[in-house]
Structure formats: structure tokens, C-alpha cells
Design a protein around this ligand. Structure first.
Ligand SMILES: Cc1ncc(COP(=O)(O)O)c(C=O)c1O
Length: 390
């Protein structure tokens, strides 16, 4: 017992570090391992965007930015949303954040009081749970596995019946990490109908909106703008994860509060990166198109290879993940499966239970990796599965 035991913030004490990063670290020392673990595009940042970053440094754009962001980025972000998704935001309804991660954190901190509940469709991006807890809230997990990983309106109605007025917010994420599943316009409309007029904030994480394969992305804000925070950014669309620029959009009344949280947390996002992100959105609005073409090829390859081995997969229509159910004739404990595969055959996936309920018996892999690595990973997976079945 030391002097400072039990003196920590109780909410921080409740959470653990990211299960995804922990597993990634655990298997990193295996020699020659192919890691399909983290959600990180393998493309380089487009050349014109890199140049804009270099010029920003040369032109001494190295001082603080205004708290919400540099005006040219906020304008470019608003135009991008209008042109791509038919969503209208004025410049003062946008904030440039430190990645989508800070946008999520800012949204939650803006609305949560101790004990407030937040509905979270599962399987989910695991930071949602820890961010809710750290901000004093309580996650209410909704298992979507039986509905093809799409949230159904009745599931929300049921959760509201059980948890009533304590529900302060709901997090939505389409296309979804870890399943790659998208929803239809009809799904979005029906969910908006359930939430409309209720004092519930919608936190809509649309970071994969540019990586959609079969149909256009639909934002819930098209139907429920007045209650919604939209979260986006350039990490996935422009392969800019390390530049750390996210975007938070919300109606003025909400933004007036959110900007205070953002200011207290970070003052402003990095100026150099904001200049580069402006270039990405102004002159690179369609930079994701060639990446999308490549992702589709890889998705099809992994989908076919794993299906042939007996994995059950809902074919993803967005993002760059495959969420696959381990065949019933193998050990379906997702942690054990991933550990064994990594240690014996040097391929790393993430255990499905890192993504909440509905993820047990599943593995997630990211196909944001070279085709050569994916081919080798599938060869090794086949060897592992054949040995288990022998
Ligand atoms: C669903 C989802 N939201 C947010 C993020 C974080 O994005 P950023 O790197 O812009 O903070 C990720 C990253 O993997 C993600 O998968």
C-alpha cells in the first residue's frame, strides 16, 4: 500500500488500455509475423498533401491555430460535407480535432454527466466503451449480431424502455469497425424516426464514409441534424492517420458547448496538419477512389479465401475489415485462436471479443495491407487450420 493508492480518478481506474493495441504488442515479437491487426491504411499520404505539409513548415505555419481550426480548413470541411453527403454546416459548426478520437471524446465530454447512459451497438470500436467510462457515463451495449450487425430500430426502443430517461446519447458507426457493415438509407431513416424529438444526442462516427464499396454513404444527420454530432476526418480517407486531423460537425447550439471542451483539452489541432488536411479536402476530395478500388480487390480475396476454409463472413460493404466467425470444428475461443495462430503460424488477427458482445467466436483482420502480405497470411492461415483439422 502506498500513499497514493486509491487516490486516482475512479473513472480512469475502471478502464484498461486498448485490447487491440495490447494484443498487437503481445504478438509483435514473433519472428516474421504478418500483422493484420491495426486499422491503419497502408497507402502513403498523397504526394500533394505531403507537399502542402512541407510548405506549411517552410512558410512558418507553426504557430497556434484558432481554437476551432484554421478558417480555410473549416470552410473546406463544410464544402466537402455538402458536396459528398448533402449535409449543410456553416463554418462555425465545424471543429478541427486531433483525429476522430478527440472528436469522439469532445462529443462525449460535452454531453455526459455522472451516471448518464450511452447506447452502443456491438460489436463496436473498443474506444467507445472506455471513453464513455472515463467521462463518467455508463455504456449500454446492444448486440446486433443477430441482425447482420446492423442496429434495428426495435433494439433502440427496447433499450429505451429498460433504461428510460437515463439515456443521454447513442453512438452510431457506419460503415462499422469491426464488421465493415453499412446500413441502408431506409435503416438510417427508421433509426432517426425512433430518436427524433427525444432528448438524446446522436454521436455518429463516420470516419469510414469515403471507403464504401457498393452504395453511397448515408449520414444519420440527413434525417436528424439537430440532435447529431457527425465525426469524420482525413485519417482513413487520405491515409493520414499520423497527421491526427479529425472533424467534428454539429448545429451551432451544440457546437457552442463542444468548442469549450476542445479548447480545454488541446487548445487547437496542429496547424501544419490542418494546412495539409485543407489540401486533402480541396484538391484531393476524391483521393480515396483509387484506394477503394484496391480495397475491394483485397476484400474479395480475403472473403473468398476464408470462406473456403469454413469461416462465416458477412461480406463487408465498407471500411477495410473482415469480421469472420471461426468454424465450429475449430477452437472457437477467439483469444486462444488468435494467440495460437500468431505463435504457431506467424499471422496476427484481433480476437473478436475485443469488440464487445457479439464478437466472441469471431476474429477481425484488417486488409489494409499489401496483396503480397495478404496472400502469405492466407497461406499461413490455411496451414494452421489444416493442422488443427488433421
Ligand atoms: C470507428 C473508428 N472511429 C475512430 C477512429 C479513430 O480515428 P483517428 O485516427 O482519426 O483518431 C478509428 C480508428 O481506427 C475507428 O476505427
Amino acid at each position: 500500500m502506498t500513499l497514493l493508492d486509491n487516490r486516482f480518478n475512479r473513472n480512469v481506474h475502471k478502464i484498461a488500455t486498448s485490447a487491440i493495441r495490447d494484443f498487437d504488442q503481445k504478438v509483435s515479437s514473433v519472428e516474421g509475423i504478418i500483422k493484420l491487426t491495426l486499422g491503419e491504411p497502408d497507402f502513403a499520404t498523397p504526394e500533394h498533401v505531403k507537399q502542402a505539409g512541407i510548405e506549411a513548415i517552410q512558410n512558418n505555419r507553426t504557430t497556434y491555430a484558432p481554437t476551432p481550426g484554421i478558417p480555410e480548413l473549416l470552410q473546406a470541411a463544410a464544402r466537402f460535407m455538402e458536396n459528398k453527403y448533402d449535409l449543410h454546416y456553416d463554418q462555425d459548426e465545424v471543429i478541427a480535432t486531433i483525429g476522430a478520437t478527440e472528436a469522439l471524446s469532445t462529443a462525449l465530454q460535452t454531453v455526459l454527466n455522472p451516471g448518464d447512459k450511452v447506447l452502443v451497438p456491438n460489436p463496436m470500436f473498443s474506444l467507445y466503451e472506455s471513453m464513455i467510462l472515463v467521462n463518467g457515463g455508463e455504456p449500454v451495449h446492444i448486440n446486433t449480431a443477430d441482425n447482420g450487425f446492423v442496429l434495428a430500430p426495435e433494439m433502440i426502443e427496447e433499450a429505451l424502455e429498460t433504461h428510460g430517461e437515463n439515456v443521454k446519447a447513442i453512438i452510431l458507426n457506419y460503415p462499422t469497425n469491426p464488421t465493415g457493415v453499412m446500413w441502408t438509407e431506409e435503416d438510417a431513416k427508421k433509426i432517426a424516426d425512433v430518436l427524433r424529438g427525444k432528448p438524446i444526442f446522436v454521436i455518429s462516427d463516420e470516419i469510414y464514409s469515403e471507403l464504401v464499396f457498393d452504395r453511397p454513404h448515408v449520414s444519420i444527420a440527413s434525417y436528424l441534424r439537430e440532435q447529431t454530432f457527425v465525426i469524420n476526418g482525413v485519417s482513413k480517407s487520405h491515409s493520414m492517420t499520423g497527421w491526427r486531423i479529425g472533424l467534428l460537425f454539429a448545429p451551432r447550439q451544440i457546437m457552442k458547448e463542444a468548442v469549450k471542451v476542445h479548447q480545454n483539452m488541446v487548445t487547437c489541432a496542429t496547424t501544419i496538419s490542418q494546412v495539409a488536411a485543407t489540401e486533402a479536402l480541396v484538391n484531393g476530395a476524391d483521393d480515396a477512389v483509387p484506394m477503394r478500388v484496391e480495397y475491394i480487390k483485397r476484400r474479395d480475396f480475403i472473403y473468398e479465401s476464408m470462406t473456403d476454409l469454413g469461416f462465416k463472413i458477412i461480406k463487408p460493404s465498407g471500411a477495410f475489415y473482415i469480421f469472420a466467425e471461426i468454424p465450429a470444428d475449430l477452437d472457437q475461443d477467439s483469444f486462444q485462436f488468435c494467440l495460437d495462430l500468431a505463435l504457431n503460424n506467424a499471422v496476427a488477427f484481433i480476437p473478436g471479443n475485443a469488440f464487445g458482445i457479439g464478437g466472441e467466436n469471431y476474429v477481425r483482420l484488417s486488409y489494409a495491407a499489401s496483396m503480397a502480405n495478404l496472400q502469405e497470411a492466407m497461406t499461413r492461415l490455411k496451414q494452421y487450420v489444416d493442422t488443427q483439422r488433421a
